[in-house]
Ligand binder design. Structure first.
Ligand SMILES: NC(=O)c1ccc[n+]([C@@H]2O[C@H](COP(=O)([O-])OP(=O)(O)OC[C@H]3O[C@@H](n4cnc5c(N)ncnc54)[C@H](O)[C@@H]3O)[C@@H](O)[C@H]2O)c1
Length: 328
């Protein structure tokens, strides 16, 4: 089957999805919608046969796509997912799934009712170095995985970041909701275990809006693994590293850059097989799910769980105590 695909939102990440759609023989991008008409038009013109719309509901009505890709600000994820479910089209929804666990539950109910298939775009699960690290964990090459330390340092408040990212009611939170959803996803996926409890302290020293710009988080996994996540969105040297500590060695994962292993003092590079772009791989995963019912790399329950962990991070900061994660 060839899937006619509509994209909702023509912002920064839309092009990665359109490029992936063009690379696959089984998908054809047919339309793109954005309230900023010039953005929708510019992207539509760059890909042949793509129509531009300013109203995504009208686009769904007119185009009747088989699949929609939602790349909207976080506060619109639920509304758009429900509209796609109502229109009966399958859905690739950008991360994080929604603003909070309650919204995720509403999406899950709507998806079940409509009988559509959905994948939340947790791209970490399709990145070659991450997949190689997952293979080492599964095969027990370095023994038993015991701890994960994830560190992210980035200038989060840079001028080209759209303003909605800095308003909590629109974004759900700052660096920990946005980039933290990748870190929590990695922790849940690599440990192979849900998070039961969370302790967190966040910082609001950012130069814009009301969202946090950094924080330190401790995650207690169901299988006894511990994860720490430390993020700083303030100026300084960039860093994006995940250290995996095993009973017989350690791995250092620099997302998108390298994977290194150590049995003693020094790290050695780990050769990683090349793969398609994560955006192509996630589309293929969703299509397989639609056609065969196979489980996706990140299940809908996992996607909801990641949001519930982020909810618990903010609750723990507010209460000053360890908080439980709202499980389904
Ligand atoms: N998977 C990844 O690695 C990755 C990377 C970047 C962004 N993202 C996610 O993608 C999503 C979008 O992020 P972005 O950086 O592209 O944001 P963006 O602000 O650049 O793009 C969002 C677009 O949505 C449009 N929009 C707003 N309201 C709308 C409405 N009612 N109808 C139609 N269009 C509307 C805006 O005009 C804007 O063009 C977020 O969920 C973000 O977390 C994921």
């Amino acid at each position: 089957m060839n899937y006619r695909v509509a994209v909702i939102g023509a912002g920064a990440i839309a092009q990665s999805h359109l490029n992936a759609l063009q690379q696959l023989e089984s998908t054809t991008p047919v339309a793109i919608a954005d309230i900023q008409e010039d953005r929708a038009r510019t992207l539509a013109q760059a890909y042949s046969g793509v129509q531009a719309y300013t109203d995504y509901r009208r686009m769904l009505q007119v185009e009747r796509p088989d699949l929609a890709i939602v790349t909207l600000p976080h506060f619109l994820h639920k509304e758009a997912a429900l509209a796609c479910a109502e229109a009966g089209c399958h859905l690739l929804l950008e991360k994080p799934m929604a603003l909070n666990a309650e919204e995720c539950d509403e999406i899950m109910q709507a998806v079940r009712r409509a009988g559509i298939r959905i994948l939340v775009g947790h791209t970490q699960r399709y990145i070659p170095h991450n997949l190689e690290a997952k293979r080492w964990i599964k095969e027990g090459t370095l023994g038993q995985l015991l701890m994960i330390n994830d560190a992210r340092h980035i200038d989060y408040f840079h001028d080209s970041r759209p303003a909605w990212f800095f308003e909590k009611r629109l974004s759900g939170g700052g660096i920990l909701a946005n980039l933290g959803s990748h870190s929590v996803d990695k922790a849940v996926w690599l440990s192979g275990s849900r998070v039961l409890r969370v302790k967190a302290l966040v910082s609001h020293a950012g130069s814009k809006g009301d969202v946090e710009g950094g924080g330190a988080v401790f995650l207690h996994h169901e299988n006894g693994i511990a994860t720490t996540i430390v993020q700083s969105g303030y100026k300084g040297a960039a860093r994006n590293e995940t250290e995996l500590l095993f009973s017989g060695g350690k791995l250092c994962l620099k997302t998108g850059v390298s994977l290194q292993a150590s049995l003693g003092k020094d790290y050695e590079p780990v050769e990683t097989p090349q793969a398609e772009s994560p955006f192509v791989l996630q589309l293929l995963d969703l299509i397989r799910h639609i056609e065969t019912g196979s489980e996706t790399a990140c299940t809908l329950e996992d996607s909801r769980h990641i949001v519930a962990v982020i909810d618990a991070i903010y609750r723990s900061h507010a209460s000053g105590r360890e908080e439980g994660v709202q499980l389904t």
